[in-house]
Design a protein around this ligand. Sequence first.
Ligand code: PBG
Length: 316
Amino acid sequence: MRRLRRSEGLRRLVRETRVAPADLVQPLFVVSGSGVDRPIASLPGQRHVSADVAAAIAADCQARGVGGMLLFGLPDHKDDEGSSAWDDAGPVQEAIRAMRAAAPGLPILTDVCLCQYTSHGACGIVHDGHVDNDATLPLLARVALSHARAGADAVAPSDMMDGRVGAIRSALDAGGLPDTAIVAYSTKFASAFYGPFRDAAGSAPKSGDRKGYQLDPANAREAVREALLDAAEGADALMVKPAGPYLDVIARVRDASPLPLAAYQVSGEYAMLEAAAAVGALDRRTAILESLTAIRRAGADLVITYWAGEAAEWLT
Ligand code: PBG
């Protein structure tokens, strides 16, 4: 073993896992307006941007070889149903069009959920204090269709309602968009690591939590079952989220399904490492690259990470 570790050249030659810019997906938070570029306090280094700025970021990401981008919208207005989520002139829809023009070859994925858009902050319609799974499905399908019409390459439902992948697939097919892919957040845990995101997206639930529809962090077999259900409903790719604390789940889903597998290195993972690096507790760049390598080694084909753009530069 020692002989193969003698030089960086030999180490590189026998390396089992590689991370390339093309494996990375950059999330982006988009708002309405133009010329908007505001730092996000809970996610240092990330920004709220309008469509024109999103277009410039997309062109930059494409130039760095980043694999794709994932959009989250912050609407101007919220209501009980989350209706601005399917507004064809909403921030996500506008950003897709601008980014498509600025970076024609860059895959654009969109997060499909209602929590940023509902006044109560739940991921679906609330009836009698509970999220009504089945009543939410047609609304999610409308959101997905609106994103697809604007030009999204793939929609990524993150709501965790049962049956949403099938409902979205039917709506896309019926809407004449059979080529729009579904990257399902198939295995999404009810995690404390989404904290900074909920500030960034203004999507914290006004009351209660998401344990009624997101997975119990204690359950790995159930996680595999959820992934297989989404696959059966027509998901084109699966996802495990968060990533770092769930490497065992990534490995299990990898073994259970041949579909492409994404892992989402979430806001809390990002904020934790940034905070540790800021106080000098660890070397920032080495730690970031190690975390990405570990997620790939566990079996993820692609990694959604707030460091995508920056890491892509280091990796080329
Ligand atoms: C929307 C959504 C969330 C994240 C992605 N999509 C928040 C949540 O489910 O509470 C979290 C992403 C992150 O923490 O980086 N439902």
